[in-house]
Design a protein around this ligand. Structure first.
Ligand code: SF4
Length: 167
């Protein structure tokens, strides 16, 4: 009754690969300020980001495919952020967490990057100051939708708007 009588399903190869990828995200938290504490909450047993397959937090770009930028980014930190992003292997994704990472927030001053998307491409933005752990979980779900959609592939080329300086 309503069940497929055939012992197999057909699908596309890229759909299966995307399905596997989206439930095995390895996040690298680039935590520079208070937002990083909320990220710790999202990984804790209370909010349990493991339910969405994204609990394997790594601090090595080689072993990560999801960069979570949590906090204010200064121009002095910008080259470091860019280098970490560049060192991650493709395909890779970026979540910008909180108003500071997304737009500079209330730090409208000479030393703060006014949005990390001037340095690296961003897939999902999280609003708020600080965003609650539930908002991080929602961002992961949105990213998973994007990963599964054919239009969600990362851009092949991204041109940074901000110069990144070597200090
Ligand atoms: S958005 Fe708010 S909580 Fe997050 S780093 Fe900025 S000031 Fe801190």
């Amino acid at each position: 009754m309503g069940l497929n009588p055939l012992p197999y399903l057909t699908t596309r190869r890229d759909a299966v690969v995307a399905w596997g990828r989206k439930y095995s995200l390895w996040p690298l938290p680039f935590g520079t300020a208070c937002c990083a504490i909320e990220f710790m909450g999202a990984v804790s047993s209370v909010f349990d980001i493991a339910r969405f397959g994204a609990e394997l937090v790594r601090f090595s770009p080689r072993q990560s495919d999801l960069l979570i930028v949590a906090g204010t980014v200064t121009f002095k930190q910008a080259p470091i952020l860019k280098q970490i992003y560049d060192q991650m292997s493709d395909p890779k994704w970026v979540i910008s967490m909180g108003v500071c990472a997304s737009s500079g927030g209330f730090y409208d001053n000479y030393c703060t990057v006014q949005g990390i998307d001037s340095i690296i491409p961003v897939d999902v933005y999280i609003a708020g100051c600080p965003p609650r752990p539930e908002a991080i979980l929602e961002a992961v779900l949105k990213l998973q939708d994007k990963m599964q959609s054919p239009a969600g592939k990362p851009p092949a080329q991204f041109k940074a708007k901000e110069p990144t300086f070597d200090y």
